[in-house]
Ligand binder design. Structure first.
Ligand code: X5A
Ligand code: ZN
Length: 706
């Protein structure tokens, strides 16, 4: 056992020798080796120098892009203590060669001259481009911004850290091969993608652009490139919103070999909410991303898509970024680099940055506030994107055809909405958004507790759990009367009462997650669910993999939602809260299983918003470890990470992989997914259609379409 102060000293030594600060809070209690700390780390890249340029003349379009964007974000990370937990990596200047990976020599040479220009020259130079300004120091900052993205890629790819975020100015995703645009000078993320491919030989890079603007510069860069999958959602309003490009619409899917590798989700209304964002993740981005199987995930992390932003005018709360981040963290073995783009509300920007970084550090996400399903306009976009991509992705093969009326009405809609523009403008100025500050995310002192039979070793980083107090007499009586059979011995009683004590500690947030090997999984599940739902009055999401007798009597009241994956043809769904997912050929159809997880289970889970997830694995589940770890990892976005995993005693080999996922390690990649079995696709689609009346997050088509 290493004492806290010794660890601190070790870390201090490390930080001086490696010139970076390692995560002070140890992720693993015991057996901590240098590599393990590094594997778990989160990099943070920031340099004050990037605050040292600003708009020098009057320009209402550019006045929101201020140095304070960076200072408030950085201060929030310091004040919350998050910065201290990150590995601080220095920036560097991108070299000419780095910049030329994306930009033309003529453009680079032109930008190189800007530090020597007079104010008048700068103004004139600025006029050559759209919605951007230059300053004598912006070239220096642009080199640092791109260099920061490259430092981040290097830190992640060499295994110094698992993931990280770079706080940079100027942003990058609008800049093009030979043009500055939309506050951007060099395309930081596009350069990073090319650099990562070249230096580390990566086959596939995923770029997720959750900024509220379309990163057209990134799209142009990779349009014909099937090795870089670019996803962007953006305010569009049928082309009424900047940058007003027809190629920002859903029907720009990429060109030639790159067809299918450009995914645009246009938002045609403002005011999109958490449900709209999550819905697009569950029904478009995640299925496609898992099928693509990237080696690295880059995020164009703009926070102008958060509430309060003057550009985006969307209504997603800052804590949604915890979920967006979490949902991407099991791709590419957890290798994720977030690079700041936009974000102009100086309150929601730092809040959103903190949510992102705290999630990268591995803290459980907060429970998502009431999700009511996507709005009609979002559904329409979702439907169009899925239809446009169905020929490229087998996960979307079953997506409804696009009614031909849709495409032809595109321009009409634009014209219609132009008429009502003036009214819209008035509304805009009158509403000042207010929202509650995201509550502090308190991480329980114990991450994962395990209840294991005596002979089974406690996995690294977990805590062996046995209830310290004698179980309450009432609980014992209940256990004996309702669960235990006469033949069961004291060990069975001890296990069940430990489970109950464990659930209570999870409820008090003293323990985050738990794992138990039990003799009788069904009994343990019934007992755990009954206690949580009845005694503690909690909503419990029960996820069963394999054939197990599932509690059904007490599901009517909504206290439990049971989703059971099995290969038995099940009778029709009993009620809204009991959902059998039948995969006839078992869970060996990895694609089919993942489709069910991403497109059914996650939306159900998010909408249900449980306070506890009980994940049950039967010995006949047929799931391989990596799929099981993906499932375990993804489910931890729910219930603030309160997951209790129950497995049969014999499944000892599954303990370590499960514990690893509960501890927050990234699940191993599944490889590029092939097409799911057609009969599974059909069964899942039938189920989704039947359930979507009750569960709005399952909808993928707008009323009146599809
Ligand atoms: C990076 C970014 C926005 C430019 C808006 C110009 N740029 N109207 O968010
Ligand atoms: Zn933006």
């Amino acid at each position: 056992m290493i004492s806290g102060s010794l660890i601190d000293r070790l870390l201090t030594n490390l930080s001086t020798t490696c010139t970076v600060l390692y995560q002070k809070q140890l992720p693993r209690g015991k057996n901590c080796s240098c590599t393990e700390i590094m594997k778990m780390g989160t990099a943070m890249i920031y340099d004050e120098e990037m605050t040292k340029y600003k708009l020098l003349w009057v320009d209402p379009v550019c006045k929101i892009e201020v140095p304070e964007r960076l200072t408030v974000s950085h201060e929030a990370l310091m004040e919350s203590g998050l910065a201290d937990r990150c590995v601080s990596v220095p920036v560097r200047e991108a070299t000419d060669a780095d910049i030329l990976l994306v930009h033309s020599e003529e453009y680079l040479e032109a930008v190189k001259k800007t530090p020597y220009m007079t104010l008048e020259d700068l103004k004139e130079f600025t006029l050559k481009y759209g919605d951007v300004y230059f300053h004598p120091n912006i070239y220096h900052c642009a080199k640092l911004a791109a260099g920061a993205a490259l430092q981040l890629v290097d830190s992640v790819m060499t295994g110094k850290v698992r993931n990280g975020m770079a706080l940079v100015r100027p942003p990058g995703h609008h800049s093009m091969r030979s043009a500055a645009n939309g506050f951007c000078v060099f395309n930081n993320v596009a350069i990073a993608a090319r650099y990562a491919k070249q230096k580390y030989g990566l086959k596939r890079v995923l770029i997720v652009d959750w900024d509220v603007h379309h990163g057209q510069g990134v799209q142009y860069c990779f349009e014909e490139d099937p090795s870089v999958l670019y996803f962007s959602w953006h305010r569009y309003e049928h082309q009424k919103f900047w940058p007003h490009l027809p190629e920002s619409d859903y029907d720009s899917v990429g060109k030639d070999k790159g067809a299918g590798f450009n995914v645009n989700v246009p938002w045609n209304k403002v005011g999109m909410k958490n449900s709209d964002y999550l819905s697009v993740f569950c029904h478009v981005l995640l299925p496609v991303a898992y099928e693509f199987c990237p080696d690295l995930v880059l995020v164009c992390a703009g926070f102008d898509s958060a509430i309060g932003d003057p550009e985006g005018e969307m209504c997603a709360s800052p804590d949604i970024f915890a979920h967006l981040t979490h949902l991407l963290m099991n791709l590419a073995g957890g290798k994720l680099c977030a690079v700041l783009e936009g974000g102009y509300n100086l309150t929601s920007l730092p809040q959103s940055v903190c949510q992102t970084v705290q999630t990268l550090l591995g803290d459980p996400a907060p429970s998502p506030a009431s999700l009511h399903g996507p709005c009609e306009s979002a559904l329409e976009s979702l439907h169009c994107v899925r239809a446009a991509h169905k020929q490229y992705w087998s996960c979307l093969k079953h997506a409804a055809e696009l009614p031909t009326s849709e495409i032809s009405t595109k321009r009409i809609k634009l014209a219609e909405e132009e008429e009502s523009t003036e009214k819209g403008e008035e509304e805009k100025s009158s509403k000042e958004q207010v929202w509650p500050e995201p509550p502090k995310r308190v991480t329980p002192p114990i991450r994962t507790a395990v209840v294991l039979p005596d002979g089974v070793a406690c996995p690294d980083g977990c805590e062996r759990f046995s209830s310290s107090e004698d179980p309450d007499a009432g609980i014992v009586r209940n256990l004996r009367e309702n669960f235990l059979r006469d033949a069961d011995d004291d060990a069975a009683l001890t296990t069940l009462s430990s489970l109950i004590a464990l659930i209570e500690k999870m409820e008090k947030n003293e323990i985050c997650s738990g794992l138990a090997l039990v003799r009788d999984v069904s009994m343990a599940m019934m007992c755990a669910v009954q206690h949580a739902a009845t005694a503690l009055s909690r909503r419990v999401l029960v996820v069963c993999v394999g054939d197990v007798v599932v509690p059904s009597a007490d599901t009517e009241d909504g206290k439990t939602l049971v989703v059971q994956f099995s290969n038995k043809e099940s009778d029709e769904q009993k009620c809204k809260y009991s959902i059998p997912v039948c995969l006839k050929k078992g869970c060996s159809d990895v694609s089919g299983f993942m489709q069910a997880v991403l497109g059914l289970l996650l939306p159900l889970g998010y909408e249900y918003d449980p306070s506890l997830v009980v994940l049950v694995r039967m010995p006949d589940s047929g799931l391989c470890d990596s799929v099981w770890q993906q499932l375990t990892g993804l489910l931890q976005g729910l219930a603030q990470g309160h997951t209790l995993v129950l497995m049969q005693e014999g499944e000892k080999t599954c303990v370590a992989p499960t514990a690893s996922s509960l501890l927050g390690d990234a699940a191993p990649p599944l490889g590029q997914l092939h097409a799911p079995l057609p009969e599974h696709v059909e069964a899942l689609e039938r189920l989704r259609l039947r359930l979507q009346a009750d569960w709005k997050l399952l909808q993928t088509t707008a009323p009146g379409t599809g």
